[in-house]
Ligand binder design. Structure first.
Ligand code: 13P
Ligand code: SF4
Length: 427
């Protein structure tokens, strides 16, 4: 592997048979427009096998001039459009974006940092979000009414976020209310506090806002769980079971008190007795990128490099987190690498674009992804420079395409839950 190549360049070499490594799908070498017009699905990459809801937004066709343009041409066109738009535009990019996009981002960050950044640019008319749909929704909720948030490819959703829909969560909530009632205990704590991971639809954030709950990201999940336990006897955590379990375990909550709520089955497949004992009820969602990491990969890394430092994201399954040396959010991982003063071997369990970037930025270290197969997040990878050039050149021409608008009825309650998160301080 060439540590300075981008993930896209690695995939192109693999598909041409010029690299001694493998990818989970050769279709990743194509522009996303090749499958945006095909059958509904998350597209090639880690989420390709996940079930996709019929209501998922679809991307219309991308004009031919963008599909046919070379990478170099698109690069120049994006730079020129950015220059013309000046301060009226801010481009936010998540750590998992491909390198060819990250080069153009004014801010690169994790989902918490990017949510903050969306509130800090009142001068910008347009916030172009190079990330996934729930992130753009969050930016729309937190930015001012005059600002327009744009997602370059509407098919950039998140399979994990789609694993919890508002109807199923409301049905779950009704059943929990029947078991626990609705009255606070003697200490004033509510029976259940709903906590949603940032990786969820605006409707679920609004549900949390309306029911005394809160949003968390992977960088503040333990602070948020403590916030919730100050106000509630137990927590309903969705959609990511792994972030919920890993964080609650870190806070000392026994696994027996973390039942899994399996979708639409009565009581989520639990007994009433289990739920009476519960401290954290975990929705059974997961991230298909982080589900690829295994204890076997960690054992191999340790066998190959006895001094290796293994760091994984808390969306990984618990056995993987337990076998690692450390776990933390994308920003935690970035800072851990930046803080290492001695040349170090890092085996990292998170999305390949971020790991590859860290390897390129820190040639003094040996940095590799735990998963040997090149398999990016299917939906993050849908943001291609062709789409970025298209949305920006439309803005230059005075036309807003791919705007993400969260309905007013959802906005206000979702904002309450997000603002509770932004205000929550570590104790
Ligand atoms: P963070 O940026 O919060 O670590 O999230 C990871 C992720 O999966 C975003 O989709
Ligand atoms: Fe969703 Fe996982 Fe992709 Fe993040 S990495 S956008 S959680 S599928």
């Amino acid at each position: 592997m060439n540590p300075t190549a981008s993930v896209n360049e690695r995939i192109q070499l693999i598909v041409k048979g010029r690299a001694n490594e493998s990818t989970c799908s050769p279709a990743l070498a194509e522009g996303p427009w090749a499958f945006d017009q095909g059958p509904l699905g998350y597209g090639p990459g880690a989420s390709s096998q996940d079930e996709i809801p019929l209501s998922t937004p679809r991307q219309g066709s991308l004009p031919k001039e963008y599909r046919d343009a070379t990478e170099a041409d698109l690069h120049e066109r994006i730079i020129a459009a950015k220059k013309t738009l000046g301060e009226r535009l801010v481009i936010l990019g998540h750590f998992y974006q491909r390198e060819e996009i990250v080069q153009h981002a004014d801010y690169l960050g994790d989902s918490f940092q990017l949510a903050r950044a969306a509130t800090e640019h009142p001068e910008a008319d347009y916030i172009v979000f190079c990330g996934v749909h729930f992130m753009a929704e969050t930016a729309d909720i937190l930015s001012s009414d005059q600002q327009k948030v744009i997602l370059p490819n509407l098919a950039a959703g998140c399979s994990m976020a789609d694993m919890a829909d508002i109807d199923s969560v409301e049905q779950c909530w009704e059943q929990l209310e029947e078991i626990y009632g609705t009255e606070p205990d003697a200490a004033g704590r509510q029976p259940v506090i709903p906590v949603t991971y940032m990786n969820s639809s605006a409707a679920l954030k609004a549900f949390c806002g309306e029911h005394g709950g809160i949003v968390c990201t992977s960088s503040n999940a333990s602070t948020v769980l403590k916030w919730a336990f100050e106000r509630g006897q137990r927590v309903l955590f969705f959609p990511d079971q792994h972030l919920g379990r890993n964080t609650a375990k870190q806070l000392g909550i026994p696994l027996e008190q973390m039942p899994l709520w399996a979708g639409r089955r009565p009581l989520g497949g639990n007994t009433e007795a289990d739920l009476q004992e519960a401290k954290v009820i975990l929705w059974n969602g997961f991230c298909s990128v982080h589900k690829r990491f295994t204890v076997g990969q960690i054992e191999k890394a340790r066998a190959d490099y006895p001094d290796v430092r293994v760091i994984v994201h808390p969306e990984c399954p618990m056995d993987v987190v337990d076998a690692a040396d450390e776990f933390g959010s994308t920003d935690y991982i970035r800072k851990a690498v930046e803080a290492a003063t001695e040349p170090t071997t890092f085996a990292i369990g998170t999305e390949i674009n971020m790991v590859q970037r860290l390897a390129a930025q820190h040639p003094q270290h040996n940095i590799f992804c735990l998963d040997p197969v090149v398999c990016p997040c299917s939906t993050m990878y849908r943001i291609h420079p062709g789409y970025l050039a298209w949305v920006l050149e439309n803005l230059v021409a005075g036309k807003v395409v791919n705007q993400i608008i969260v309905p007013e009825t959802v906005q206000s309650n979702a904002k309450i839950a997000l603002e509770r998160m932004l205000a929550a301080q570590p104790s």
